[in-house]
Structures are given as structure tokens and as C-alpha cells.
Design a protein around this ligand. Structure first.
Ligand code: SF4
Length: 354
């Protein structure tokens, strides 16, 4: 048998055993959603953890569990309540799908999470890896997860050189991930959690902690000292930039005028200052008697993952209603309870201190 094949068969033979043992001894056991490992809390945490760090998610997770202790509570909530509670966590399509998913489970499954990956994947916002995380952690199903952290661990252990921006290579890696699963269903929760823990705390993107890794004896990239070469990603994410002019309309009662944004596009379903393509387009929409003394705030930058937003705020005090009124006037107490995009909330909070 070639050296390469020997290394790979050692990985297939030992990976799960090493990982399960390590997770039980050194893995994370105090995450709030690990207390009961019921599908509702695991699902909620999995959706929140997409694109967001554990430290931030914990705070939001507690808030959601307090307000919506069960899936049925979440399903019954209004869209505004959900968006308001999600406000600041970003990637708002997650909140929209979360709500839609809770309503589907309440309606089609009598409030009980389906137990198979196939059924779960049919639900809004649940992809293959999230479905596998729910079924393996909660029901002990032998299903492989493959999120960004896991791709990093597996490509390094196996020196898998396929490009992770190609669906075919991801599919190949997924097949390998299935071969590594433990035989016993009872090991699945520790195995899945172990993969998440390893990717988050040991096999990190930078400053990888190979000396403390349970895989150090079988990890091929560690042996060859090529850890930094994995995972392979050839396509760079294209960044774009967008300017948005925002109308901060304040009336004599110190109320701010906010509009609910449409269900698509940036800041979907959130309450926001009226947004325009340019300052000129903004001023065209303001009645002549209110247009006299606009105050142009210094533009500020808000960075999203794929986009830089340059926000230009035009403030008009003692305003009369807009030409086309579709929003509502809200006091500081009222708007603080609504779902607002993070930069708008911050802007209004700062302004209210002046
Ligand atoms: S040995 Fe190093 S590169 Fe390999 S899985 Fe562990 S931390 Fe990652």
C-alpha cells in the first residue's frame, strides 16, 4: 500500500474515535443551546451562528428564548416582533426565513421538528449542513455536516486540494465526510459538536493550534507543514460599493419618520429612514416648505461582507409630511422597539443624545 493510501486509511479508521474522545474531554459543553439539545434551540442557534460569532449569538439566543420559549410562540409572533429582536445581528434574510420556517413547522408538522434531513431541507432557511446538524445533534442520525469550519478541518486533515468555490469539489468532500462518521449513533452528538468545536477553537483560519489538536498524528497537512495551503479557494469574493442617501425627518414633537422596507433587497422588512439613490432624489421628495434648511451630515461608511455602504444622512427639522407618506412618525421610545438596521439604530441613538 502506498504511503498516501496508508495515511488516508489511518484517517478513515481513527478520525471519529479521536474526535469523539477529544470532544467529551476538551470540547465545549456550556453553550446555552447545549443544555437541552432540543431541535428548537439547536435550530435557532444554528441559524444565528451562520455568519455570526458565538459571543454575539449567545446574547441574541437568550433574548429569543425569553420572548419565544417554544417554536409555537415564535410562529405566532408578528414579523415586526421577530425583526425587532433580530435587529443588529445582520443578514436579515435569516430572520425572515426563521419566522417562515417556524410557521411552516407549526402548520405542517403540528409544531414538532421533522426528524429527517430530507424533510428539514424543504423548510425555509435550512440547508444541508444545518439539517445534518439538527438531526445528528438531536436525534443521533449519521449525517455529515459541512459548513465553513468543517471544510477547513477536513481539507487540512485530508490535504483535499479541490477548490471549495466549486460545487463538484464540495460534493466530493461531502462524500469523504460521510466516510468519516462514527459507526455508533450514540457518538453522533459528540462527533458533530466536536467538528464544530475543533473548527472554532483549534483548527482556526489563522494561528492554527496543531499542538493541541487530537488530529495531529493523522493530519496530513500538519505532517507536511502545508496547513496554510488549505482550504483551496481560487475565486475571490467581489466587493462592491453603494451610496445611499437617508432622510432624517424630525418633527416638532421630536418624532422621527421611519418607513418599513420591502421584503427584498438590503435591510428587507426593517424600519429605516427613507432611502434614496442620491441627495438630489431625496430633496425632490421633500415638500418645498420643508426643503429650506437641510443639514447634510458627514457621510459614514458601513461595511457589509460583500459591500461597502456609504451612508449620506440629510436631516430636516420641523418637517411637514412627505409628499408620499408610507411610513410613520415614531418617538425615541417607539423606534427603539422596532427592527432597525444596525447603522441606523446607532445613528439615531447617537443623535438622541444630542
Ligand atoms: S493538526 Fe492542525 S491543521 Fe490538522 S486538523 Fe489539527 S489544527 Fe487543523
Amino acid at each position: 500500500m502506498s504511503k498516501e493510501l496508508k495515511s488516508r486509511s489511518a484517517i478513515v479508521k481513527n478520525f471519529a474515535t479521536l474526535l469523539v474522545k477529544w470532544q467529551r474531554q476538551y470540547g465545549r459543553h456550556d453553550l446555552p443551546w447545549q443544555v437541552s439539545l432540543d431541535p428548537y434551540s439547536v435550530w435557532l442557534s444554528e441559524i444565528m451562528l451562520q455568519q455570526t460569532q458565538v459571543a454575539t449569538v449567545k446574547e441574541y439566543f437568550f433574548r429569543f428564548m425569553q420572548k419565544f420559549p417554544t417554536l409555537k410562540d415564535l410562529a405566532r409572533a408578528s414579523n415586526d416582533e421577530v425583526m425587532s429582536l433580530w435587529s443588529g445581528l445582520g443578514y436579515y434574510s435569516r430572520a425572515k426565513n426563521l419566522h417562515a420556517c417556524a410557521q411552516r413547522i407549526a402548520k405542517d408538522y403540528k409544531g414538532e421538528f421533522p426528524k429527517t434531513v430530507l424533510e428539514l431541507q424543504e423548510l425555509p432557511g435550512i440547508g444541508p449542513s444545518t439539517a445534518a446538524a439538527i438531526t445528528s445533534l438531536c436525534f443521533g442520525s449519521r449525517e455529515a455536516i459541512l459548513d465553513g469550519n468543517v471544510k477547513r478541518v477536513l481539507t487540512r486533515v485530508l490535504t483535499f486540494s479541490g477548490d471549495m468555490t466549486s460545487a463538484t469539489h464540495v460534493k466530493n468532500l461531502f462524500q469523504m465526510a460521510q466516510q468519516l462518521l462514527p459507526d455508533k449513533k450514540s457518538d453522533m452528538p459528540a462527533y458533530t459538536q466536536g467538528l464544530m468545536d475543533l473548527g472554532a477553537t483549534v483548527c482556526t483560519p489563522k494561528k492554527t493550534s496543531c499542538a493541541n489538536c487530537p488530529m495531529s498524528k493523522i493530519c496530513i497537512s500538519h505532517r507536511h507543514q502545508t496547513v496554510e495551503n488549505f482550504p483551496v479557494r481560487t475565486k475571490k469574493i467581489k466587493r462592491s460599493a453603494q451610496s445611499i442617501s437617508l432622510l432624517m425627518f424630525r418633527n416638532a414633537k421630536n418624532q422621527i419618520y421611519l418607513e418599513k422596507r420591502s421584503a427584498n433587497g438590503i435591510w428587507a422588512n426593517l424600519y429605516c429612514l427613507p432611502a434614496f439613490e442620491s441627495d438630489q432624489a431625496l430633496l425632490n421628495d421633500v415638500p418645498a416648505q420643508s426643503r429650506k434648511e437641510p443639514f447634510f451630515h458627514a457621510p459614514f461608511l458601513h461595511v457589509l461582507t460583500h459591500k461597502d455602504l456609504y451612508l449620506h444622512v440629510v436631516e430636516i427639522k420641523n418637517a411637514k409630511p412627505l409628499l408620499k407618506q408610507t411610513g410613520q412618525w415614531l418617538t425615541p421610545k417607539e423606534w427603539q422597539l422596532m427592527g432597525l438596521p444596525a447603522p441606523i439604530r446607532l445613528l439615531l441613538l447617537n443623535e438622541s443624545k444630542h
